[in-house]
Structure formats: C-alpha cells, structure tokens
Design a protein around this ligand. Structure first.
Ligand code: ADE
Length: 412
C-alpha cells in the first residue's frame, strides 16, 4: 500500500466530536499514533451549498422529522473518493435497516484497505444518495439510536482490534468469543481463592491437554446456557461428546454446599423436555425444589432419599394422566426425560441421582401429598442434584453376552 497504514476509515458525520472523543483513548489512539490505522473525520455540514450551512429539510409527502439532504453527503463522498483514489470504495451506511453486524462481518471488513462510514441522523437520509453511493448497510442491533455515530465507533473498534499490531500482543483470535460460534471460556487470575470460590483445579494442573479440553467444554456449556442461538452446526461436537457424557455419568449422592442456579435448572429442564415421548405427547410436568427445609423434609419422606438433605436442588418428574394422548406411556416418557436430565447434569459438572418413587403406591402417595399434586399428576421419581463432592470413575458396563441377534440365545 505504500502509506504504512493497514486500514483507513473515513467517517461522514454531522457530529465529528463524538467520533473524535471515542478514538482519542488508549488502544485506538496508540494504533493511530503508530500509523497502523488511520481515522479521518468529515463534517457533512462543511459540504452544504446552503448559505446557512443547512443540511436537512422536510420529508416529501409529510411526516415528522427532518431528512438529511443528498447534496452535502454526495459532495463529502466525492472529496473522500478523490483522496482514496479508488473507483468503487466500500461505503457503509449505519442504519437499523442494515445487515446485523457480528464478529464474522468485522473480520471480513478488516481485510479492506479503506472503509467509508456514513452516519445518519435526524429521521433519515435522502434515499437517492443512499442508492448512489452506499455499498453496505449495517445495523449494530435491533434498536434505534439517535444517530449512526455510536454504530460507526463500534465498527471502528471491532475492526481495528483485528488488525495486526493494534493490540499489545497478538492474541489468538481463534479462542475469542464468537469464533467457531462458541463463546469464550471462563478465565481466572490470582488469588486462587476469592471469597470461598476457588479456581478450577484443572487450570492449575499444568496439563495443557486437560486445560484445553476443559476450556472447550466450558465454551460449549456457556454458549448453550447464554447464547444457544449462536450454536449452529455443532452436531459433530455433540456426537463426539455424547459417549463421554454417557460413560462419565454416575450416580452422585454427595454434594458441596452450593446453590444450583436458575440457568442450570433451565438447562436441565430443556434437556428433559427434548426427550422422545410417545406420539410426541410430552405429557410430563416438573416440580423443582430449591428450598433447604423442603429438601430436608423430602429426604425423610421416603427410603434412599437421604442425599436430598445436602442437595442444591431436586426435580420431581411427573406424568399427567389427564393428557389422553399416549397416556399409557407416561412412565416411558418421564423415564426418557429423567435420563436426559441426568446426562445434561453430568455435562455441566453437576452430580445427580434418581430416586425411584413409582410404582410404589405408598411413596407416590406421600410425595403427592407433600407436593399437593392433583389426582391426575403422578410422580415417577425424584432427581437429586448438587455440586459433586465425590468422584466416581467412568463406568463401562458393555457386555456382549447381553446382545442377541435375530432371536434370543443364551450366551451365558
Ligand atoms: N443508527 C440508528 N440506529 C442504528 C443501529 N441500530 N445500528 C446502526 N446504525 C444506527
């Protein structure tokens, strides 16, 4: 390029100060001083032919709000185009009607040598100049700002930091949020223990393979919890991990004294409600218990339930017998939902175990009374959930003798 700059921004705006103030701070300031990026700001008003430097006018056809005239914008554009000396430069119009901006888009634009940014204000811009000069319309989110300046700053910032040399050290962009449609994993620094919260052991293990797989798993889980919408084409990831999730799931009955968050509960219930059910009847209901006294009460109600007194939460999986569709299969449906909860709990490093209630009439009766279940709602079982305070190695129960092809053969 000869000029030394990796990228040059040209901003057309009615409020140059907004952009100036923004770029005049640490990283962007340093990048402009180091001549890696160049940001040129043009006041559209300077290009008005009007003797009062007026840039706006009423909308033909009526309507509230003023419209920025085509002429000053076009003349401003011509001046920039002359400087760039390029036939068809990229001109981005910041508008809520544009394509939604994201990290992928920032990456694409970071390959440009120059970008012209057009900031709208008032009600709109005369459509003809948009048609004439704009190559891309970009929105930074589904909300309306008073003008395009903030959006232009967002573009400048996110594009600039992708340019080699702008950030202090060359970070690995592959590990950043949104790369590979995953959010970035959690990070910690000293001290190791802060207010009862300690850094996950694996991160101080020094084992980089383990650290990398922990980070990938953490990225995946937090994306699933916080931004499931960006998790696309992750089927391979799921497939690779499903056997892992199955084999490492063990019945965990000892828990640390720690709350289970609503996000975690919702994720478990999302897994539950994604289970297969006969005729897709989904005739299940879930009762979540978080109250400590209630958990203790339940721990005494039935045999094999002591662990509930230490649990962070319990989920009672129930079938609705009023739902006529496939109601004969409520036990199978609720069992599948139970298994999904147990697997998902394991994947997000919760410990869980199921406590059988159905088909024992006395247990069902006691629990139904405790939970004030109506006649038609039947409890299948209780799932006790907590932060694990015991470790069990993966199980491998595979037994060839239990497999029979075409007809039953006694393999024993
Ligand atoms: N101008 C006003 N609102 C905007 C938005 N959401 N994105 C980009 N430019 C805008």
């Amino acid at each position: 390029m000869g000029c030394g700059y990796s990228i040059k921004f040209y901003v057309m705006t009615l409020f140059p100060e907004v952009i100036k103030n923004f770029i005049n701070y640490s990283i962007l300031k340093r990048a402009t001083e180091k001549k890696i990026i160049d940001i040129n700001i043009f006041n559209i008003r300077d290009f008005s032919c009007d003797k009062n430097k007026c840039v706006d006018d009423y909308s033909f056809g009526g309507g509230a709000g003023m419209i920025i005239k085509a002429q000053p914008i076009y003349d401003c554009y011509l001046e920039i185009k002359n400087k760039i000396n390029k036939k068809n430069p990229r001109v981005v119009y910041l508008t809520p009607q544009g394509k939604l901006f994201n990290q992928k888009y920032a990456k694409k634009l970071s390959n440009d040598q120059e970008i012209i940014l057009l900031c709208g204000h008032y009600e709109s811009i005369d459509e003809r100049v948009i048609k004439k000069i704009v190559t891309n319309e970009i929105s930074i989110g589904d909300y309306i700002l008073t003008g395009g300046e903030l959006a232009a700053c967002v573009l400048i910032d996110s594009i600039s930091r992708l340019i080699f040399g702008v950030l202090n050290k060359n970070i690995s962009f592959e590990k950043e949020s949104f790369e590979n449609n995953l959010l970035e994993y959690a990070q910690y620094t000293r001290p190791r223990i802060f207010m009862d919260y300690s850094v996950p052991d694996v991160l101080i293990s020094g084992n980089h393979n383990k650290i990398n797989s922990w980070r990938l798993k953490d990225s995946f889980e937090r994306t699933l919890i916080k931004r499931p919408d960006i998790l696309k084409n992750k089927n391979d990831f799921f497939r690779g991990n499903i056997m892992n999730a199955i084999l490492t799931r063990r019945s965990i009955r000892k828990y640390k004294n720690h709350d289970i968050s609503e996000d975690q509960i919702n994720l478990l219930l999302k897994a539950a409600m994604s289970a297969p059910s006969a005729m897709n009847s989904q005739n299940w209901e879930f009762i979540v218990i978080k109250n400590r006294e209630h958990l203790i009460e339940l721990s005494k109600l039935n045999p094999y339930s002591e662990m509930l007194s230490q649990a962070g939460a319990a989920i009672i999986v129930c079938g609705d017998l009023n739902k006529n569709l496939a109601k004969e299969f409520w036990i199978q449906n609720c069992s599948a939902a139970t298994q999904n909860i147990l697997l998902q709990a394991n994947v997000i490093e919760l410990g869980a175990v199921w406590i059988g209630i159905c088909p024992f009439e006395d247990r069902m009766q006691k629990l139904s009374e405790n939970l004030k279940l109506p006649e038609n709602i039947k409890p299948l079982g209780i799932i006790s959930i907590g932060i694990p305070d015991e470790f069990k190695p993966p199980s491998n129960n595979f037994d060839e003798n239990k497999i029979h092809y075409e007809e039953f053969k006694n393999n024993k």
